[in-house]
Design a protein around this ligand. Structure first.
Ligand code: KG4
Ligand code: ZN
Length: 345
C-alpha cells in the first residue's frame, strides 16, 4: 500500500449519520452529517429501532451526495472505514452493512473503527495537532474516560466513570428540568443566564484518590434542588438557569481536577479533550485555564467534530488502513469494546 490513501468514513453508532472523505496526504476532502435529533426529540431520547431504520434510509444517498459534491468517483476511493462499536447494535449494523457491501463491490479494503478512537483522534483533523504522548479526556454521551495516549492504538485507560457519563448527566439534568433533548447544549445555553452564586453543587469523587469519575450523584443533587425550589414556590426559568449554571460549574471543576491529577501522575503537559461534551464552553474555559497555569496546552476538535461525525472515523480508519490493517469480510460489530484491546500501529 502507498502512503496516499483516499478513504470513505461512515459513522452510524447512535443518532447521527456521518460520512466523510479523508485523504492521508491532502487531509479532509469533504464531510456531511444528517442528524436524527428531530426524530428522537419527541421521545426525549434516542429510540434505537428508529435510529437503525433512519441510518439505512439516509446512508446511501448521503454517500452519493458527498461523492458528487467532492467530485470523487468510486474508482478513486481506496478504502472504507466504518464505526464497528461501541454503540447501538442495529445502528452499527446499518453502517457496517453499507460499508462492507461497498467495499466488496468496489474491491477495496474496509476497516471497523472504534468509535471512541475516532473521538480521541478527532483533534488530529486540525492544523495544530497534539504530539504523542498526551492525556486525553474523552467525554461523550456514553463515556467519560481519562486515557494516556502514547500513539495510535497505544491507550491506557487511567480513569473511567463508575456510573453516568458526563454527557448522560447533562442529558438527564435537561430531562428533569424539562429542557428537551439533546440536553448538553440546552443546559449549557440556559446556564449562560444563571447566577453562579445562588447554588453550590458538590464536586463528586475529588476528595478520593484516583482518576475514576461519578456523575449520577450530581444528577440526584439537581433533582433535589429543583424539587425543593418547586416546594418553595421558586420554580422559574431563572431558577432553572441558576441550577444549570451550578451543575455545569460542578462538572467542569470536577473534570479539571481529575485532568490535573492525571497530568501530574503521568508527568505530561499536553491535554486532548474530545467527545460531545468537549463542545461545552465552561469546560473548555476551565481546562484552558488549567493548562495555561501549567504552561501546557489543551487541544480540542473544532466544534462540529466534537459530537459524532464521519470525519473522525475516516481519519482513524485511514491511519489503520495505511498501516495495512483491515477487517475481514465476515465482519462483526462490537457494541461493547475496550479501547485497550485495539492493536497499535
Ligand atoms: O460524542 P457524542 O456526539 O456521542 C457519543 O458518542 O455519546 O456526545 C453526545 C453527548 C450528549 O450527551 C450531549 O448532550 C453532549 O454530548 N453535548 C454537550 C454539549 N454538546 C453536546 N454537553 C455539554 N455541553 C455541550 N455544549
Ligand atoms: Zn460519539
Amino acid at each position: 500500500m502507498t502512503d496516499s490513501l483516499l478513504v470513505l468514513g461512515i459513522e452510524s453508532s447512535c443518532d447521527e449519520t456521518g460520512v466523510a472523505l479523508y485523504d492521508t496526504q491532502k487531509g479532509l476532502i469533504a464531510h456531511t452529517l444528517y442528524t436524527q435529533i428531530e426524530l428522537h426529540a419527541q421521545y426525549g431520547g434516542v429510540v434505537p429501532e428508529l435510529a437503525s431504520r433512519d441510518h439505512i434510509q439516509k446512508l446511501t444517498p448521503l454517500i452519493l451526495q458527498l461523492m458528487k459534491e467532492a467530485n470523487v468517483s468510486a474508482q478513486q476511493i481506496q478504502g472504507i472505514a466504518y464505526t464497528a462499536g461501541p454503540g447501538l447494535m442495529g445502528a452499527l449494523l446499518a453502517g457496517a452493512s453499507v460499508a462492507r457491501s461497498l467495499a466488496y463491490a468496489w474491491q477495496i479494503p474496509a476497516i471497523g473503527v472504534h468509535h471512541m478512537e475516532g473521538h480521541l483522534l478527532a483533534p488530529m483533523l486540525e492544523d495544530k495537532r497534539p504530539q504523542f504522548p498526551f492525556i486525553c479526556l474523552l467525554i461523550s454521551g456514553g463515556h467519560s474516560m481519562i486515557i494516556r495516549v502514547d500513539g495510535i492504538g497505544q491507550y491506557k485507560v487511567l480513569g473511567d466513570t463508575l456510573d453516568d457519563a458526563a454527557g448522560e448527566a447533562f442529558d438527564k439534568t435537561a430531562k428533569l428540568l424539562d429542557l428537551g433533548y439533546p440536553g448538553g447544549p440546552n443546559v449549557s445555553n440556559l446556564a449562560l443566564q444563571g447566577d453562579a452564586s445562588r447554588y453550590k453543587f458538590p464536586r463528586p469523587m475529588v476528595d478520593r484518590p484516583g482518576l475514576d469519575m461519578s456523575f449520577s450523584g450530581l444528577k440526584t443533587y439537581t433533582l433535589n434542588t429543583w424539587q425543593a425550589a418547586v416546594q418553595n414556590n421558586e420554580a422559574s426559568e431563572q431558577t432553572k438557569a441558576d441550577i444549570c449554571r451550578a451543575f455545569e460549574l460542578a462538572v467542569a471543576d470536577t473534570l479539571s481536577i481529575k485532568c490535573k491529577r492525571a497530568l501530574e501522575q503521568e508527568g505530561l503537559n499536553r491535554l486532548v479533550v474530545s467527545g460531545g461534551v468537549s463542545a461545552n464552553r465552561e469546560i473548555r474555559a476551565k481546562l484552558d485555564a488549567l493548562m495555561a497555569k501549567r504552561h501546557g496546552k489543551a487541544f480540542y476538535p473544532r466544534l462540529e467534530f466534537c459530537t459524532d461525525n464521519g470525519a473522525m472515523i475516516a481519519y482513524a480508519g485511514a491511519q489503520r488502513l495505511l498501516a495495512g490493517q483491515q477487517t475481514d469480510l465476515n465482519f462483526a460489530t462490537t457494541p461493547r469494546w475496550s479501547l485497550e484491546d485495539l492493536p497499535a500501529i
